[in-house]
Design a protein around this ligand. Sequence first.
Ligand code: ZN
Length: 157
Amino acid sequence: MPGCPPPLPQQSITPPRVRGVPADPQKFAVSVAPSRIDGQGAFAAEPIPARRKIGEIRGESISVREARRRARGQARIMIVEVSQRRAVDASRSGDALRFVNHSCAPNATLRIRQGRVEIYALRDIAAGEELGVNYGESHHGGRLRCRCGAPGCAGRL
Ligand SMILES: [Zn+2]
């Protein structure tokens, strides 16, 4: 019909780039393999320069109360408290970095930013090196023997 305006497009054919969706947070390749420290470990699969972000540990967002309930009686947990109230349970996460073990001489560090759990390199890390972070205070409360093997190991977790 003449004079009839064309209908407004409801959807473009190619999906538009969604705003607010972050780029892949995993910046360097990390592989999972048996660790000399404990169970499985996370290993640099390529060289990582000092101070660069390696990636993130993502998981289920839960309350700290629920995190403590889940941690009770577990030898190995993959829960990080990201604030006074919230925690991330990475037990079912697909992120290789969830296997990062504690080390008293860490080559990486864990940084909590806006509820996200990020891992950064503390120094240049060679391909094949196991990644280790200092967990700081853990739910083990010093009852677990540390087997990181670093010179100057605190001995307990
Ligand atoms: Zn140690």
